[in-house]
Ligand binder design. Structure first.
Ligand code: DC
Length: 224
């Protein structure tokens, strides 16, 4: 029997560094990469452009169904426009967290995410990769860090991009997003029962990547 295409799920809260870790793991293994948060961000942007309220579950899901999307290397194209930068704003992060509460939207995006599962493998990051979208993932990492460390990292990132940054506002925003992502009824942010916790307060990106790769090697040895 053919073995299923392996998926490594990396879930965790905002600004935990999971995107960078997931991307590097994917590059190292030669796997495909899915940034599922980008999908929710794109829907937030497309809804805003179509003057649809983020709270309107039905209209947001309909908008998502009609999206014309293209992913190319690190770029995302929406209706033939490069929106890679636009979806990274703090406003779209907030919007993404708001549209993500709608079950109807999550349903629409479910098959989009499954389509990323291509040989030789996939590294997927988000909030519900290991719990809902890829429950048969061979490795489920829950990558996290304290709120203060995450706020500090986001603050430094904005400064590095020469953008204005207010540490207290960032911290407040993270607390709000965490609460919304954890407490929603549909696919809330939580560690999978068979997940592995990776606390990164005192880990560098390189160390976190190594830990994920070590765990994957262990899986390969056991399944050989
Ligand atoms: O990972 P991110 O910051 O780009 O995600 C933005 C928002 O999208 C996040 O606050 C919640 C939502 N999201 C989700 O609900 N499920 C996912 N798998 C990924 C993101």
């Amino acid at each position: 029997m053919n073995k299923p295409i392996p998926v490594i799920a990396i879930d965790g809260p905002s600004a935990s560094g999971k995107g960078t870790v997931a991307q590097r793991v994917a590059t190292h293994l030669g796997f495909h990469y899915l940034d599922s948060g980008a999908l929710y961000r794109i829907v937030a942007l497309a809804s805003q452009q179509a003057v649809i309220a983020w709270s309107d579950a039905e209209a947001v899901a309909m908008c998502a169904k009609q999206l014309s999307l293209r992913f190319e290397n690190e770029q995302v194209w929406l209706n033939d426009k490069d929106v890679s930068e636009a979806i990274r704003s703090e406003a779209m992060g907030k919007g993404a967290s708001q549209v993500a509460v709608h079950q109807a939207l999550r349903q629409v995006l479910s098959s989009v995410q499954h389509n990323f599962r291509q040989a030789p493998g996939l590294v997927a990051d988000g909030r519900d990769m290991g719990t809902v979208i890829f429950p048969d993932a061979v490795l489920k990492i829950f990558l996290t860090a304290s709120t203060e460390v995450r706020a500090q990292r986001r603050y430094q990132q904005l400064l590095a991009k020469q953008q204005t940054a207010d540490y207290q506002a960032i911290l407040q925003d993270l607390l709000e997003r965490d609460a919304r992502d954890k407490n929603r009824a549909s696919a809330p942010l939580l560690m999978a029962k068979d997940g592995i916790l990776l606390e990164t307060d005192h880990l560098s990106i390189v160390e976190a990547v190594d830990r994920v790769l070590e765990n994957y090697q262990r899986f390969i040895q056991f399944s050989a």
